[in-house]
Each structure stands twice: as structure tokens, then as C-alpha cells.
Design a protein around this ligand. Structure first.
Ligand SMILES: [Zn+2]
Length: 275
């Protein structure tokens, strides 16, 4: 039997469907209407945390693909080149949490696995009396990767961190051999302006002792987990040493000195800090 009503209904449904097929998504047992979007949202990924593996390539890959620890990216000791470009190993999708930071802190946030991408770099770490170097090929690849992810997630320079920065005392990676200055020259990560450091240092020698509470307060403002108690105890010394490994690797004994204070002053001037 001919039923005009059924044809009109079918045309209407077809019309709705072609107007905005993406606005209602079939999720199996229910539908999700995605036609309206809130303004109140921000990026879940806010930090990048860099590590060395302290293992060779084979062991690094084996450990990072088992169940205990993981990272979003692994940089091999000698990255493959495919189609003329170096290859980073992506082990965890960026939308998923990787287990790389552990107990951690930056700028009042804890458990940075929730809000960071983790990059592991194959590197032996501490040796008898020095630190294993990172290769140019590794650093070039790290720079390319960081340029990409910091742009995609709008991550500010001062949120590109080492594991040591977010877990001082417990972790030393990527350590004082990691070339943060070179990264900054390539446009990734934080680095103070040399003229500002000189101005703040005001002729004081690098190793001249400074007011401990004042230095602690400045490091805390920048992001470090450091108590302001005026005593350079083990925890304070570990945080200062992490800062020095990052920004003044020639001396990372953890002393509260004028060179460190000038650097943190210049960083706070350039990037601001928590009040
Ligand atoms: Zn680490």
C-alpha cells in the first residue's frame, strides 16, 4: 500500500542526517549530542618531563614496554632515520597516562604523570667520576619532538622539566650533562638571559654564600618543591642541586650561592613565578 506519510518522514530523517551528521554520535547503547561546546576547559597536558634511562637500548625498550614503568617517547642512543628524518619511539599514546614521573611536584601540582608527557632518553647517566654524554643525534631529535609537543599543547618554556626538577633528591635524571642551554638556543625550554644574570649577580663571585631563605623562596616561586626555612638541610640542598644541574651544571653541590640566586632572579624576571 502507498503511504505518503512514510515517504515524508523518511525524507525528513534523511534531511536531518545530512545537515549535521556529526552532532549526535551513536555510542552503542546511548547517543551523545556534541553540538554545543563549553568555554570552560583547558589543556590536560601542561608539562614535559625528560629522563635518562640509565640502561642500554635493548634494556630500555624492554623495561619501558613492560608493566611497571613507561614513557610516551623513547629516544634511542642512535635514532633510526626514515625518509630522511630521525625516528622517536612512541610507546604510549599522548592521550593516555605514562608512568614515568612517580611522586613529583611542580608549581603546586603533584603526581605529574596526570598532566605531563614523559620522554626517556637512552643514556648511561652517572659514570665513575663524570656523566655519560648525550649524542647530537639524540638532542636534535629531542628538540624536534619538544618543538612539536610544546606547540600542540601550548606548554610554556618553564614547564619543560627534568625528572630531577620535579623529584629532587629522589631523581637526578637527565642530570648535569643534559644540554638545556642548547635546547633553549633552539627555541625549547627555559633559559635566563645572560645580561640579566650579570645584572642580578652584580659582580658577586658565583660561590659567594647568600641568604638561604631568600633563595629558597625564589626557587619555590619558580616551581621547585622546597621549604622556606632558612636552613640548607638535605631536602633544600637537593632542590638547589637539581636547579643547578639544570641551569648551572658546572657546580651542582647544592650550596646557596650568588651565582644560583642571579640565575633564579633572571628566570623569574623572564618567566614570572607563583605568588
Ligand atoms: Zn626519570
Amino acid at each position: 500500500m502507498f503511504r505518503p506519510g512514510a515517504i515524508v518522514l523518511a525524507l525528513l530523517l534523511a534531511g536531518c542526517h545530512t545537515q549535521a551528521p556529526e552532532e549526535v554520535i551513536d555510542r552503542g547503547s546511548y547517543q551523545a549530542d556534541v553540538s554545543r561546546t563549553a568555554l570552560g576547559m583547558d589543556q590536560r597536558i601542561r608539562f614535559v618531563v625528560l629522563h635518562y634511562t640509565a640502561e642500554n637500548d635493548a634494556d630500555s625498550l624492554r623495561i619501558l614496554t613492560q608493566e611497571a614503568v613507561s614513557a610516551h617517547y623513547l629516544i634511542p642512543s642512535r635514532p633510526d632515520v626514515k625518509r630522511g628524518k630521525p625516528v622517536a619511539l612512541q610507546l604510549v599514546p599522548e592521550s593516555r597516562r605514562a608512568w614515568h614521573a612517580g611522586a613529583s611536584f611542580w608549581q603546586g601540582r603533584t603526581n605529574l604523570n596526570d598532566t605531563s608527557l614523559g620522554i626517556e632518553i637512552v643514556n648511561a647517566g652517572p659514570r665513575d667520576d663524570d656523566w655519560a654524554p648525550f649524542s647530537d643525534a639524540q638532542i636534535d631529535l629531542v628538540i624536534a619532538l619538544l618543538k612539536d609537543v610544546t606547540a600542540r599543547y601550548n606548554i610554556p618554556p618553564q614547564n619543560v622539566l627534568g625528572h630531577m626538577d620535579v623529584a629532587p633528591g629522589r631523581k637526578k635524571d637527565p642530570g648535569p650533562a643534559f644540554p638545556w642551554r642548547r635546547l633553549a638556543q633552539a627555541g625549547v625550554g627555559a633559559w635566563p638571559d645572560e645580561a640579566a644574570v650579570q645584572r642580578y649577580q652584580a659582580g658577586r663571585p658565583d660561590d659567594m654564600p647568600v641568604n638561604i631563605a631568600r633563595l629558597q623562596q625564589k626557587l619555590a616561586r619558580y616551581g621547585y618543591n622546597i621549604g622556606v626555612n632558612g636552613v640548607n638541610d638535605d631536602a633544600s640542598r637537593a632542590a638547589i642541586a637539581a636547579f643547578q644541574m639544570h641551569f648551572r651544571p658546572a657546580d651542582y653541590r647544592g650550596n646557596a650561592d650568588a651565582g644560583s640566586e642571579a640565575i633564579i632572579d633572571a628566570l623569574l624576571e623572564k618567566y614570572g613565578g607563583r605568588e
